[in-house]
Design a protein around this ligand. Sequence first.
Ligand SMILES: *[C@@H]1O[C@H](CO)[C@@H](O)[C@H](O)[C@H]1NC(C)=O
Length: 338
Amino acid sequence: MAMARCSLLPILAAVLLAASLSLPPRAAAYAAMVDSLLPASATALSFEEGYTQLFGDSNLMLHGDGKRVHISLDERTGAGFASQGAYHHGFFSASIKLPADHTAGVVVAFYMSNGDVYERTHDELDFEFLGNVRGREWRVQTNVYGNGSTAAGREERYGLWFDPTQDFHRYAIRWSHDTIIFYVDETPIREVVRTASMGAQFPSKPMSLYATIWDGSSWATSGGRYKVNYKYAPYVAEFTDLLLHGCPAGSPPPCEGAAASATMPPGQRSAMERFRARHMTYGYCYDRVRYHAPLPECSVGAEAEAFLPSGEARSTDRRGGRHGKRHRRAGGGVDSAL
Ligand SMILES: *[C@@H]1O[C@H](CO)[C@@H](O)[C@H](O)[C@H]1NC(C)=O
């Protein structure tokens, strides 16, 4: 086993080199950014090296020498895994391929949390992928909780510019003491800057990394209107390139690199603004039904004009966009609720 892995290394290196040479400029910039954060020794860990199964018995399967993890949902159970260690700041990512076809009610989550340690004062950073009825795209939700702030959701939702069921795409969370950035592939999609008013609601305690698939019938698709249909099970989410690069909890400061303050170069910032203008479908900062006054960290600027008082985007074209020609949305559509 070990020998087989060794002999593959030169091939792997050649493949990676070829891949990096053919990257489009923005992806190359992202790769350079990630490289600058990671020590040369940083590699994707195999499942056994870095993770542990949480639930779902045989609905978690390892492939490819333990570097690919499949978690699935069927009528018996979902499945999930977590990092063995907890980290205080860092860069965390996975390449994920979501289940295709009819996925209403299915939720795939890739997130950081310390809810196992701090029951009432936990911190959390979420990517949640919300399934959909056949022919409609998955939606992505991000959220932030700090010090048990579960009464104040800080959700944002987006469509994607690609079909996340066709290929692997990288989803990443960069977390430092003063900034959180969520990325989809090379594009930053959300930045949370710590403000004094946010106080402890900015995640500040070590967290572990989690990946789960579960039945979100009660809320995930159009506010629960479309439930999981087990006729289409199992729903399989594939994870690979699991990257944990953080400061292990309890390690003495300073821990540099990925944990350092995350400043966004101007090119990345304009890419984020373009993404948000095209694909963001809901923002808690604009939801006047839920929050009569915006939460203190919200600086409601030009972006606000694109949103209704419900927090939903005014334009219903702000979805994936990739199916623009094949099936244009007629009016508000079923997924305006979520
Ligand atoms: C976190 O929440 C707890 C419980 O609500 C509170 O007692 C504590 O002061 C908070 N921590 C900080 C740093 O604000």
